[in-house]
Design a protein. Structure first.
Lengths: 113, 111
């Protein structure tokens, strides 16, 4: 039973354009959402998070949008850079993030020069 | 500012041996989490610990796996009598409150 779903295993984008990574969840108890970036043979690196009381959070080139009614969130990267090429994981947590994280299977982003 | 440290980075064990994975959290972080990642999968939660206490072990297999976070020293994930199916990347994360910060992982290979 996959509580956090990333339905696109891969995404290819041209440098300078926008990358949009999507994530759906099923558990209505989730109230804190995070995006992590992962390179091969390294641990996940925290990118950005959003609490369920907000619908948008922005940090530089990264913006996360949350649609609670649709149980959907997305990560926008603009402009995309070749160094952004990595696997991106969506994660969700209940009780403000202090509980365990439930991860999606990841989306592999390739940004072409 | 040292991040989360894990050692060893790579560990090879024969079937039936014990594996010990160590995690030193970010200084000042009192919450430690262990996750396991199988190939082509996302990370799966195993256990959540605070100093000297197991808070949530709902993701730990019932047998052969144990974890501790003593008052002094690193957190230890112990796998007894390893089997081939235990081969995976094991990640530790620490947190002061909300965001969890991950270490580089230990890649366990069981031969």
């Amino acid at each position: 039973d996959q509580q956090v779903k990333q339905n696109s295993p891969s995404l290819s984008v041209q440098e300078g354009r926008i990358s949009i990574l999507n994530c759906d969840y099923t558990n209505s108890m989730f109230d804190y959402f995070l995006w992590y970036k992962k390179y091969p043979a390294e641990g996940p690196t925290f990118l950005i998070s959003i609490s369920s009381i907000k619908d948008k959070n922005e940090d530089g080139r990264f913006t996360v949008f949350l649609n609670k009614s649709a149980k959907h969130l997305s990560l926008h990267i603009v402009p995309s850079q070749p160094g952004d090429s990595a696997v991106y994981f969506c994660a969700a947590s209940a009780q403000g993030g202090s509980e365990k994280l439930v991860f999606g299977k990841g989306t592999k982003l390739t940004v072409n020069p | 500012n040292a991040g989360v440290m894990q050692n060893p980075r790579h560990l090879v064990r024969r079937r039936g041996q014990e594996a010990r994975l160590r995690c030193s959290p970010v200084k000042g972080h009192s919450h430690v989490y262990w996750y396991r990642q199988l190939p082509e999968e996302g990370l799966k939660f195993m256990v959540y610990l605070q100093k000297e206490n197991i808070i949530d072990e709902s993701g730990m297999p019932k047998e052969r796996f144990s974890a501790e976070f003593p008052k002094e020293g690193p957190s230890i994930l112990r796998i007894q009598q390893v089997v081939r199916g235990d081969s995976a990347a094991y990640f530790c994360a620490s947190s002061p409150a909300n965001e969890q910060y991950f270490g580089p992982g230990t890649r366990l290979t069981v031969t």
